[in-house]
Ligand binder design. Structure first.
Ligand code: GTS
Length: 270
């Protein structure tokens, strides 16, 4: 680190004294020697199957931060086994994200790292606690929707009703009230945070289940319109972005084979 900072400091001083060609060469030669900088500059690499699952919130957060990433999307149980053999998965589970020289697993750990690194995690400990409370509620709702496609056909309607009841009676009223009470554009600290990104993600997921779900939530409607227009998010919402579609029957079958899953995952997880 010392070598790097002396390179950069030297570079900045010389830049102002108009011998910029030499300085650029000097800085470049320093950078090429610096492994850490190269690692930090590499694009994050996301390892998961080709679907939303637990990784989708990671895709959303990186996109909101304007960070480009690569994806390794495995298709078969064999691909997953090979990834396990690589020794990069601490618990033999995905999601896993390689970034900044680490192989990060556990969805929350990944999201916290990204949120902190890209200034989407509040300005102090108290704001972080509030963001945590919001995102954990959103995660509860998100998890129900994530497991919904894996539920038994005869249970589907009951589960759908349960999810919609929880969304409208337990979770959405909290975010509606927060926005109404403080009158600001964002949930916490009047600047975009992980909580806003995850709220938009979950709103859109619930709308896929019931398109008029926000009819009794005017503040959430405004919020959705506002946050969807932020340039990085607008880009992510465009067709052709790395955002994954709602899980269909085919994806569900692929996922079951990759992870050798039993039927009726929804009930097991609830
Ligand atoms: N707490 C972990 C997290 O949040 O990352 C759970 C990870 C997890 O259960 N991953 C599943 C897995 O790797 C895949 S998925 O549920 O995200 O689709 N399962 C394989 C296994 O052996 O547990």
């Amino acid at each position: 680190m010392f070598a790097l900072s002396s390179c950069i400091q030297g570079g900045q001083q010389e830049e102002s004294s108009s011998t910029s060609v030499l300085v650029r060469l000097f800085v470049l030669s320093c950078l090429s020697e610096n492994q850490e900088l190269r690692i930090m500059a590499a694009k994050p690499k996301l390892y998961y199957f080709d679907g939303r699952g637990r990784m989708e919130s990671v895709r959303w957060l990186l996109a909101a931060a304007g960070v480009e990433y690569e994806e390794v999307l495995f298709q078969t149980a064999e691909d997953f086994k090979n990834l396990i053999k690589s020794g990069k998965l601490m618990y033999d589970q995905v999601p896993m994200v390689e970034m900044d020289g680490m192989s990060i697993v556990q969805t929350r750990a990944i999201l916290k790292y990204i949120a902190t690194k890209y200034n989407l995690y509040g300005k102090d400990l108290k704001e972080r606690a509030i963001i945590d409370m919001y995102v954990e509620g959103m995660r509860d709702l998100n998890d129900m929707i994530m497991f919904f496609p894996f539920s038994l056909p005869e249970e589907k309607q009951k589960i759908l009703n349960y999810i919609l009841e929880r969304a409208t009676q337990r979770f959405f009223p909290v975010y509606e009230k927060a926005l109404k009470d403080h009158g600001k554009n964002y949930l916490v600290g009047n600047q975009l945070s992980w909580a806003d990104v995850q709220l938009l993600e979950v709103i859109l997921m619930v709308e896929e289940l019931k398109s008029d779900i926000l009819s009794a939530f005017p503040k959430l409607q405004e919020f959705k319109a506002r946050v969807s227009k932020l340039p990085n998010i607008q880009k992510f919402l465009q067709p052709g972005s790395p955002r994954k579609p709602q899980e269909d029957e085919t994806t569900v079958e692929v996922v079951k084979k990759i992870f050798k899953l039993d039927e009726d995952l929804f009930l097991q997880h609830m």
